[in-house]
Design a protein around this ligand. Structure first.
Ligand SMILES: C[S@@+](CC[C@H](N)C(=O)[O-])C[C@H]1O[C@@H](n2cnc3c(N)ncnc32)[C@H](O)[C@@H]1O
Length: 193
């Protein structure tokens, strides 16, 4: 049995999604950052699947490319599309149904802490991802809110997901109870059949 630690929210989400991403499917990494989620998604969808990964920072694309090259993954293939654009424009790039979209909000670790996700564009991105989500597909959101503007983003996002139609979507929240310093909150949205 594989050991699944709760210590890191991002690992927890990977372990949750691992059996929910069919090989050959299309997936979205809405916040590419250092490329950990892009790599994870590529490993799940395999050579026949497609990963669309978005970030507004060139540095994120460079780091993700490095991460993929280190893992012997061809970055020039059409199977991993590293897109230097905001996730609010998902609809301009992704036309097919998706099995999973991941959003890991906040700033780029070891990067500029002033470049952060913003509530209005995050909600536009979420809405675009929901419209592409196939039945039984999942959207994961890891919300970091300790930085300036983070609390407002968290509140707007919570209001948005709380109001999703329960006959269409199942929405869950997972939060740490005994961690200090604004621990991340995980939100999972599953599209009902
Ligand atoms: C917490 S990091 C993501 C970490 C990443 N998932 C990983 O595996 O390393 C958040 C990222 O969101 C990016 N970001 C901010 N606004 C964005 C937007 N509108 N569209 C896409 N990415 C955005 C930031 O540049 C930053 O790299």
């Amino acid at each position: 049995m594989k050991y699944v630690s709760f210590l890191k929210a991002t690992n927890f989400v990977h372990n949750l999604l691992i059996n929910r991403i069919p090989e050959g499917s299309t997936v979205i990494d809405g916040t590419m950052g250092n490329g950990y989620d892009t790599l994870f998604l590529h490993e799940q969808v395999g050579e026949e699947g497609v990963v669309y990964a978005f970030d507004i920072q060139k540095l994120a694309l460079e780091r993700t490319k490095e991460m993929l090259i280190e893992n012997n993954i061809a970055i020039d293939s059409n199977r991993i599309r590293l897109i230097h654009d905001g996730h609010e424009n998902i609809g301009q790039y992704v036309k097919e149904p998706i099995s999973v979209a991941m959003f890991n909000l906040g700033y780029l670790p070891n990067g500029d802490k002033e470049i952060i996700t913003q509530n209005s564009t995050t909600i536009q991105a979420l809405s675009a991802a929901l419209s592409l989500l196939q039945a039984r597909g999942i959207i994961s959101i890891v919300i970091y809110y300790g930085h300036i503007g983070g609390l407002e983003e968290k509140q707007r996002l919570m209001d948005y997901v709380n109001n999703l139609n329960s006959s269409e979507y199942t929405v869950m929240q997972c939060s740490y109870l005994n961690k200090e310093k604004n621990p991340p909150i995980i939100v999972l949205i599953e599209k009902n059949k």
